[in-house]
Design a binder for this molecule. Structure first.
Ligand code: SAH
Length: 214
């Protein structure tokens, strides 16, 4: 049995050494990372590793993203609290839970039924009430709920899915890793300005693939 104290100490190390020390400066993001219990989102045998700065395996051969990556994408989205956010790739639900602390509503889409079911139940059990989940192909976005002030894609795309760009609000930010699999991907921030997308490259990361049906 892990003591609460050990988890708390590990969480503090995550905040100081893996997030603050590596450039996560947005205090709202740091507070969200402190508030959301990552140990509830990882498989039970891995609870002791919940605050290690690495991705961990979840069902269906997928992963829960590394804390730094979750914080980095949340910071890159420049959320102030009033936004509606679309997340592609619910996975464990952890990223959606973090985003829910930073925005007014999070819509999140997962393609695997098992992950969708367990993340939906977990988010409900833990009381994250401003998260709405959907089962489906996230590369098509969620037109009925659009436009979104921020869209965060937590799986690697080979190119920018068109539907997502169309569902971004004016001034909205789309954060997405793009690149070939296995080689690491470049994190992009696209900001919609006057119907154009302004592109910025934010660094190299490594993600599981965004699966787009043919
Ligand atoms: N945000 C998640 C990380 C998930 S990893 C977390 O915090 O745990 C990426 C997820 O994207 C996986 O669960 C994978 O199944 C999902 N995914 C991949 N392609 C997808 C698609 N086209 N539509 C929706 N989800 C997709």
């Amino acid at each position: 049995m892990l003591s609460e104290d050990r988890l708390l100490a590990a969480k503090q190390r995550m905040l100081d050494q893996h997030l603050r020390a590596r450039g996560i400066t947005d205090e709202r993001v740091l507070a969200a990372m402190e508030r959301v219990p990552r140990e509830e989102f990882v498989p039970a045998p891995l609870r002791g590793h919940a605050y290690d700065d690495r991705a961990l395996p979840v069902e269906c051969g997928q992963t829960i993203s590394q804390p730094y990556t979750v914080a980095f994408m949340a910071q890159a989205a420049r959320l102030q609290g009033h936004e509606r956010v679309l997340e592609i790739g619910t996975g464990s639900g952890y990223g959606a839970a973090v985003l829910s602390q930073l925005a007014s509503e999070v819509c999140t889409i997962e393609r695997w039924p098992d992950l969708y079911d367990s993340a939906t139940q977990r988010l409900e059990r833990l009381g994250f009430r401003n998260v709405v989940t959907k089962l489906g192909d996230g590369s098509l976005g969620w037109p009925e709920e659009s436009p979104f002030e921020a869209i965060i894609v937590t799986a690697a795309a080979e190119q920018l899915p068109h539907a997502l760009r169309d569902q971004l609000a004016e001034g909205g930010r789309l954060i997405i890793p793009i690149g070939e699999l296995g080689e690491g991907q470049t994190m992009f921030r696209f900001t919609r300005r006057n119907d154009q997308l302004v592109e910025e490259r934010l660094g190299l990361f490594s993600f599981v693939p965004l699966v787009c049906p043919p």
